[in-house]
Design a protein around this ligand. Sequence first.
Ligand code: GRG
Length: 298
Amino acid sequence: MIDRTFEEYKALLDEHILDFIPDIDQKSITLYDSMKYSILAGGKRIRPVLLLAACEFCGGKAEEALPYACAMEYIHTYSLIHDDLPCMDDDELRRGQPTNHVIYGDAVATLAGDGLQAAAYEAMQRDMLLYFDNFDALKSRVRAAYEIVKGAGVTGMVAGQIADVEAENKRCSKELLDYIHITKTADMIISAVRAGARLGSCSEQELENLTVYAENLGLAFQVCDDILDVEGDEELLGKEVGHDEANSKATYPALYGLDESKRKLRELTDAAKEALAEYYDNAELFVELAEMLATRVS
Ligand code: GRG
């Protein structure tokens, strides 16, 4: 049962966000500092909050899901650090702060991303080691970790990133655009929700409904990001805008125009909400989050 708000889950996450980074030797303190810099730079924490909420929605305890929620945020943060590098999107502003490589240089920023990714896997594996004598608890943790690793992996986020890089300055079909958006962005949102559901020992029906919600929310998230890159406020967003057009990126507004992109965003938001309609009194957080995203662009 979800009985906390988005802000309360975020506060719980923030309180523990550094707990699962291993104690680092003084000789590699620069690595720790650069990882910490981006982790504490002020992300919205949407993916880990979704994970914690999905866990409680299905009957689990958010506190027990923290290693997985933090792992999710470590992976997401690594992907942003790498995406901002000069060899990728070459961005100088992220979460309202100079990007990691602007502060620490390209080599350290690359390693900060690598370190965060490794810390994510270590956090989940270390937690699993604690449950060898409880097969049911171990099973849900192994399943949750698999959801996360798969969403972040070479058929998920990394596949989306390579397709995105290769689509730059080229004509992009609608089919390819959907592939990029689903893999690069939606898969991490789907994996957050599914991992949380697994940790809460979900029923098949709950998993199915939550998955449909997350598929629609994930795509809506990227369509919203595309629209904000055209008409968003740089100060409010904490990152540079106009980058997609300048880099000839494949985006919804570029292929469909702004009006049609906004119509699509509304359609996806409604479909996300509809997927959880039968849980009306327990799904408020999910519904509000979908609506909050859609209203960011209106
Ligand atoms: C480098 C393997 C690799 C992947 C990078 C995340 C990503 C893939 C690219 C970032 C490009 C981008 C802006 C995608 C749009 C969706 C997205 C991931 C936005 C950032 O997520 P938010 O808004 O960020 O949740 P905060 O900072 O709040 O965590």
